[in-house]
Design a protein. Sequence first.
Length: 202
Amino acid sequence: MRPLSLFLFLLASFTLAPPASAQIAQTRAEALAQDAAEYARAYGVPGPEAMRRLIAQQDSVPAIDAIAERYRDRLAGISVEHHPHYRFIVYLTGDRPVPSTQVLAGAMRVPVQFRTGAKASRERVLWALTNHQPAIRAALADTPSMGIDPRTGELVVIAAKPVVDRAGGDAAVAARLSQLTGVPVDRKSTRLNSSHVLVSYA
């Protein structure tokens, strides 16, 4: 299994597709230039730097795959940090430190920083997500959105706030889902808007 097939941080599109009637076939170079312009605006970097970063993300796949495979037993997540420095962040379980390194991606050498302290590996969280979805839905009497945050390796469950309230509130839901999944729970909830809360699992 290719580890990066499940990582969501690579090659994110920064633009909204125009209506079908207005779509015009783009070359790869034109699409990349458009994404680079959006990236530059989003992250406040010059256009050429935005282009270098997007090309680096594409070209870094084999090197990041190799890192993910090397630390597979400890891997919780991998993400891209855009500020204050452009780099890859690899989040690992345990407290044994791993020295920073670099990957050659296109014309860039991109720093890779390892952070330790994750409470569960990505494989463990993925197993819990795959095998306990029916139990999570039953606990909430709803169909919440579920996924894994690649920045931290956390299992994330997003449900409407009234649903969470009917199930006993944030703390009760977190405790119940922790028991169901066997995944350690970060018992805080973050309000996303007036009708949704996010419950995250470490």
